[in-house]
Ligand binder design. Structure first.
Ligand code: AMP
Length: 190
């Protein structure tokens, strides 16, 4: 089973992905984490992308596409990936379909966590104190939310058409969201 989880910054993608990973024995592929690692490790790629990430814009489709191929092509993760924060654009979604096809895989369910801008601001403010992410401040959080809204619209239509999209109320408490997600995954597992 391969899963996509998406939603605006602060929607709880990371928290819910970790829960799903443990419960369903999957591997979490967070493009945000992979990109932050490049910056932390001061790689060439890291220096190219740090200003983009810190301004709340999206990194190019080509860069993230290259990062995810390493995982999709790895037998150890076959049918076991939860894509956290990828795809974020329609082009990425189509690239992902092609890539999965190349490795004889597919997406089984797309979970969209819906939260309001007000909630996002509140959560980012809380997370800022704990994680100290350079892109977690109110101004950039608003920018990231707007970037998400703009780029995710065609994505949502795309996954609605293929009947894979399930919308989850991201305003609910963590355990309620855990249960709802488990229920949805159980239904597709049959
Ligand atoms: P996240 O941790 O998912 O909130 O991602 C943090 C930042 O990394 C985003 O604001 C983007 O700048 C970048 N990023 C993460 N995933 C992607 C993606 N799929 N496409 C483009 N940029 C991304």
């Amino acid at each position: 089973m391969n899963i996509i989880i998406f939603g605006p910054p602060g929607a709880g993608k990371g928290t819910q992905s970790k829960f799903i990973v443990n419960k369903f024995d999957l591997y979490q592929l967070s493009t945000g984490d992979l990109l932050r690692n490049e910056i932390k490790n001061k790689t060439q790629l890291g220096s190219e992308i740090s200003s983009i990430i810190n301004s709340g814009e999206l990194v190019s489709d080509k860069i993230v596409g290259n990062l995810i191929e390493k995982f999709v092509s790895n037998e150890a993760y076959k049918h076991k990936i939860i894509f956290d924060g990828y795809p974020r654009t329609l082009i990425q979604a189509k690239n992902l379909d092609d890539l999965l096809k190349k490795y004889k895989q597919k997406i089984d369910i797309v979970l969209k966590l819906s939260v309001s801008l007000e909630t996002v601001k509140k959560r980012i403010f809380e997370r800022q104190a704990q994680e100290k992410r350079a892109d977690d401040n109110e101004e950039i959080a608003i920018k990231r939310y707007k970037t998400y809204e703009k780029s995710s619209e065609p994505l949502i239509d795309y996954y609605k058409q293929s009947n894979l999209l399930k919308v989850v109320n991201g305003e609910a408490g963590i355990t309620e969201i855990n249960s709802e997600i488990s229920r949805l995954i159980d239904t597709i597992k049959g």
